[in-house]
Write a new protein. Structure first.
Length: 487
């Protein structure tokens, strides 16, 4: 009889580091001096995230498995988990000043952030549907609370309640889908599911079709695919801005990571029925996201709708289904995580006594804050997909892969939608540099102070966006290798 040994914990070393870091943060919160408590918590969290990232690098190439093959640390999971860790690190950098100014000096903020991070990592490294569900719930429950951390703000409470209710619905879809897949195949182990489904025609098994369909619906909620996107604008707007950046980047990337695992194991990608379904979802998501973003006056809400449009661009790669397209999903997730987190991070910096909300609030921003304005411009240009930025390479990778697979009209629709986004992204730049903002009474430009901790994290993010646009080969090769191993 086989028993669990210490070797089974090897693929989960990064997750264990994050878990213990959260325990240490709780203890530090209890005993650290009140004066520097939040800074100490932030530094402790960053140290834990850094150690977990080092552990990921050490595990790369060894492919350890544990718990009877249900968890694995393969190149695919390591790359995605490294992305979550980087986004979490940037989120810690941009959170320190924000939670102080917004009277959110709760030590549990960093504990919940680390818990959500650990949940993402568990669901990405698992090959067992029930373990994926456990990781998803750890991430989701922590995220619900993070969204409502502004306890005295009604909008934040409303956003948390909406997120909780719709998250519960999506969880129900996932559990029901898992139960149907178990009924159809006799297992919840992903390699076992594909082995069972390959024994006969997939669409002759209604339980399997319904099960996979319900799992896709559940994942579509998490990555905000139309028509399962309705929670996104309200939740992203009501949540604390660093949390919004974290959810739009890391949580969405985690959803795509699981989505890909299920697609590559549970669904025959060559089936035209699934292709047509994904094609429709991709077009709807791109178009609805961009059209709704055009109508927004709130920059934060605009970015929320644009994140829906970017999910549509990623779905183009899922439709193409080739190794090049699927590796493009990781590259796109990485590029969007950096530029999305950076854009939301700029919106955490207080200007003229308040945090920018609307386009009008950004008027004259380029004069008052040259460095943040330059970084915001870079993030906007990357979101558009202009050359020398990570966003350009990401869109080029996905659209070229779709063309290679013969999806000409889908590529045309994607390019047109990308052109449509130019208006609302460059509108931010126009207001920052070409409009003069009115200075409120009793407030002067001299009162503006840049939070050094946040600027350091945002500067690193901006450099990474440029690096991916100029030297993308390393990350593209890593993504291709990880997808090839998965296939």
């Amino acid at each position: 009889m086989n028993f669990v040994t210490l070797k089974d914990l090897l693929p989960l070393v990064p997750e264990i580091i994050i878990l213990f870091t959260s325990f240490i943060v709780i203890l530090v919160d209890l005993f650290a001096p009140k004066k520097n408590r939040m800074t100490t918590l932030a530094v402790t969290s960053l140290v834990g995230i850094g150690l977990a990232l080092i552990a990921e690098f050490q595990l790369y190439g060894s492919n350890p498995t544990g718990f009877y093959g249900t968890v694995v640390s393969d190149p695919y999971s390591i790359l995605f988990e490294s992305l979550y860790l980087i986004v979490a690190g940037v989120t810690v950098f941009i959170s320190l000043h924000y939670i102080a100014e917004q009277e959110m000096n709760y030590g549990e903020y960093y504990v919940l952030l680390l818990s959500a991070l650990m949940g993402m990592m568990v669901m990405t490294s698992s090959l067992e549907m029930l373990v994926i569900f456990i990781g998803l719930e750890i991430m989701s429950i922590s995220s619900y609370i993070l969204v409502g951390m502004k306890r005295r703000v009604a909008m934040s409470n409303e956003a948390a309640l909406k997120y909780l209710l719709l998250g519960a619905f999506s969880t129900g879809f996932l559990l029901y889908g898992i139960s149907l897949l178990y009924g159809a195949t006799g297992t919840t182990y992903l390699p076992g599911i594909i082995e069972s489904l390959q024994q006969g025609p997939f669409f002759s098994n209604p339980l399997a079709v319904a099960g996979v369909g319900l799992v896709i619906i559940s994942m579509s909620f998490k990555i905000a695919i139309v028509p399962f996107h309705m929670w996104t604008p309200d939740v992203y707007t009501g949540a604390p801005t660093p949390v919004t950046g974290f959810l739009s980047a890391a949580a969405k990337a985690a959803g795509f990571a699981v989505f890909l695992r299920v697609l590559l194991t549970g669904i025959p990608l060559e089936s035209e029925n699934w292709k047509n379904l994904l094609w429709i979802l991709a077009v709807l998501t791109m178009t609805v996201g961009n059209l709704m973003a055009l109508r927004q006056n709130s920059v934060k809400r605009m970015l929320a709708y644009s994140s829906i449009a970017h999910a549509g661009y990623v779905m183009v790669a899922a439709v193409a289904g080739s190794a090049e397209a699927l590796s493009g999903i990781f590259f796109y997730s990485c590029a969007y995580a950096l530029m999305g987190t950076g854009a939301f991070g700029i919106l955490t910096i207080r200007d003229l006594g308040k945090v920018p909300q609307t386009y009008d609030d950004l008027a004259g921003y380029g004069k008052r804050f040259p460095l943040p304005a330059f970084m915001m411009t870079l993030f906007m240009l990357s979101l558009v997909g202009l050359p020398l930025t990570g966003g350009f390479i990401a869109k080029l990778q996905i659209f070229s892969a779709a063309l290679d697979e013969g999806w000409i009209w889908l590529t045309v629709i994607g390019v047109l939608n990308s052109a449509l986004s130019v208006y609302y992204y460059l509108r931010v730049v126009v207001f920052m540099y070409m409009r003069e903002g009115a200075i409120p009474e009793g407030v002067s430009e001299e009162d503006n102070q840049l939070p050094g901790f946040a600027v350091a994290g945002l500067a690193g993010t901006a450099v990474a966006v440029l690096y991916l646009g100029i030297f993308p080969e390393t990350l593209l090769n890593l993504a291709t290798d990880s997808i090839s191993a998965l296939l």
